[in-house]
Design a protein around this ligand. Structure first.
Ligand code: CA
Length: 236
């Protein structure tokens, strides 16, 4: 049999994407393009239906319009995050303003596109988000310490610890980069992606992490590198 590049691409893809968009011609264009590229596509034309689908379905990404009937995109995104769904969200909007963009991120959107856009660009963004989402979900191990971002539970020495969101983000950054030093600025960015946050708050979160994960054990894994940042050194 000859290799059909399209067929190969299809087996590689098969990603499930939900489109929540009330503009039918645009929704149909996105649907056609993604389906042709091998995605499994679903569609909702209003916010309430979109939220229900997004919570029930196992989607790899959601393409979400900002202006929707019954429930707008920002409210949908917020409800989705409150329901504990971490599925990547790509927000679409006709409103090209910085305010909307920042609000979108604050409500939990992962990326943002201003209409009109090229379908190829949309697909490229979906792929990036999907890869990032998959990486972000993977459980990490360093020595006798493990952390699962899905449950936000860390484990060390046979004990399990529930982390706060900030503690989890810091630990993730340290574990992903271990044993390299992660700068204070990078850690602040990991916790407060909207640009807020300061060193003092970061140090407080790191202190709390050490009380939980280091103090009861002989080896101190989370180490301060004066003037630079922190690093995680697995127990030998
Ligand atoms: Ca709309």
């Amino acid at each position: 049999m000859s290799a059909d590049p399209r067929a190969i691409e299809k087996t590689v893809d098969g990603l499930k994407v939900l489109i929540v968009e009330d503009q039918h011609d645009l929704a149909a264009s996105i649907w056609d393009f993604l389906e042709h590229r091998g995605y499994e596509v679903d569609h909702a034309a209003d916010g309430e239906t979109g939220l229900a689908r997004a919570i029930d379905g196992r989607f790899d990404a959601i393409v979400l319009d900002l202006g929707l009937p019954r429930l707008d995109g920002l409210a949908l995104c917020r409800s989705l995050r409150e329901a504990g769904r971490g599925v990547p969200v790509l927000m679409l909007t006709a409103r090209d303003t910085l305010d909307d963009k920042l609000r979108g991120y604050a409500e939990g959107a992962d990326d943002y596109m201003v209409k009109p856009f090229a379908m190829r660009e949309l697909e490229a963004r979906i792929r990036v988000l999907q890869r990032r989402g998959r990486d972000a979900d993977a459980a990490l191990q360093a020595g006798d310490l493990s952390y699962d971002p899905r449950s936000m539970l860390a484990a060390r020495g046979g004990k399990s610890f529930a982390l706060t969101r900030a503690q989890g983000q810091i630990l993730l950054a340290l574990m992903r980069n271990a044993p390299n030093v992660v700068s204070h600025a990078k850690l602040i960015e990991a916790v407060w992606s909207d640009g807020g946050g300061e060193a003092a708050a970061l140090h407080t979160h790191v202190y709390e992490l050490r009380v939980l994960l280091d103090r009861p054990f002989g080896h101190q894994m989370i180490q301060s590198v004066r003037g630079l940042g922190y690093r995680l050194m697995a127990a030998p």
